[in-house]
Ligand binder design. Structure first.
Ligand code: F6R
Length: 241
C-alpha cells in the first residue's frame, strides 16, 4: 500500500480528484467504483470543478457505487442514490444509464445483489475504486466479523456504524439497520484502489491498518494484500503512525 500524507482535508480532496481524473482522461470508458460518506465530498466537489472549468468528460464513464442502505427510497435524502446525485452526478455529464447503485427499493435483496455483481462483471470490472474507512475498520459495509463475505450481499450494520451514521439522520432510530454492499471479493477485484482517510477520529484505525497483519476484525486490513492501493491521509488521521 502506498501512503501519502497530506496537510489537510482539502489537499486529500485535491489529490484524490487528480488521481480519479487521470483514470478518466486515460480511459474515457473507465469504470469508477464510488463511495459515499463525508470523506469523499470534497473530492467530488473538485471533480465537478474540473468538469465545469476544464471540461473533464464523463460522457462515457460508468460508475458502480459500493453500497446502499436497505430498505430505503431513492428519494430519501439520506439514501446513497440521493447523495451521489446531489454531490456528483447532477453536476457532470454522466449518462443516467451508466450510473449504478445497489437498489435499496428492491423486493428481493439476494437477486438484486447477484444482478449487481453480474452487471459489474459485464462492464469489465472496476478500474479505480474509491473507498472511505469506518472508525471500526469497515470498507463498504463489510463490518468486522468472524467471517467476511466475498460477493455483493445484504448485511446488518454494527451498533458502531449506526452510531457513526446517526449524525446524518434526525435520530438514531431512523438509521437503517441493513445495507446492500459490495463484498470483500468485489472490492479486491478492482484494478486499483484509492482509500481516503481524514480526521483525528480515524487515527486509531489507521494505526491498525498499517499494523502488518490482516484480520477480519479490521476488514480494511485485507487491502494490504492488493497490489495497487493508494492511501491518502491527512495529518490528523496519520497522527498515531
Ligand atoms: C460509504 C461507505 C462507508 C464509508 C465509511 C466512512 O459508501 O461504504 O464504508 O466510506 O463509513 O464514512 P465517512 O467518510 O463518513 O467517515
Amino acid at each position: 500500500m502506498d501512503r501519502i500524507i497530506c496537510k489537510n482535508y482539502d489537499e486529500v480532496s485535491l489529490l484524490g480528484a487528480a488521481m480519479v481524473a487521470k483514470v478518466v482522461k486515460s480511459n474515457p470508458r473507465a469504470v469508477l467504483g464510488l463511495a459515499t460518506g463525508s470523506t469523499p465530498v470534497g473530492m467530488y466537489k473538485r471533480l465537478v470543478e474540473m468538469h465545469k472549468r476544464d471540461g473533464l468528460d464523463f460522457s462515457m464513464i460508468r460508475t458502480f457505487n459500493l453500497d446502499e442502505y436497505y430498505p430505503i427510497k431513492k428519494a430519501n435524502d439520506q439514501s446513497y442514490d440521493y447523495f451521489m446525485r446531489d454531490n456528483l452526478f447532477s453536476h457532470i455529464n454522466i449518462k443516467q444509464e451508466n450510473i449504478h447503485l445497489p437498489n435499496g427499493e428492491c423486493a428481493d435483496p439476494a437477486a438484486e445483489c447477484a444482478a449487481y455483481e453480474a452487471m459489474l462483471n459485464q462492464a469489465g470490472g472496476v478500474d479505480i475504486q474509491v473507498l472511505g474507512i469506518g472508525v471500526n475498520g469497515h470498507i463498504g459495509f463489510n463490518e468486522p466479523a468472524e467471517e467476511l463475505q466475498l460477493p455483493t450481499h445484504l448485511t446488518g450494520l454494527t451498533a458502531s456504524t449506526i452510531e457513526a451514521n446517526a449524525r446524518f439522520f434526525e435520530s438514531i432510530e431512523q438509521v437503517p439497520t441493513q445495507a446492500l454492499t459490495m463484498g470483500m471479493g468485489t472490492i479486491m477485484k478492482a484494478r486499483s484502489i484509492l482509500l481516503l482517510i481524514t480526521g483525528e477520529n480515524k487515527a486509531p484505525v489507521v494505526k491498525k491498518l498499517f499494523d502488518r497483519v490482516v484480520t477480519t476484525e479490521v476488514p480494511a486490513s485485507f487491502l494490504t494484500l492488493h497490489p495497487d492501493v493508494t492511501v491518502l491521509l491527512d495529518e490528523a488521521a496519520a497522527s498515531l503512525l
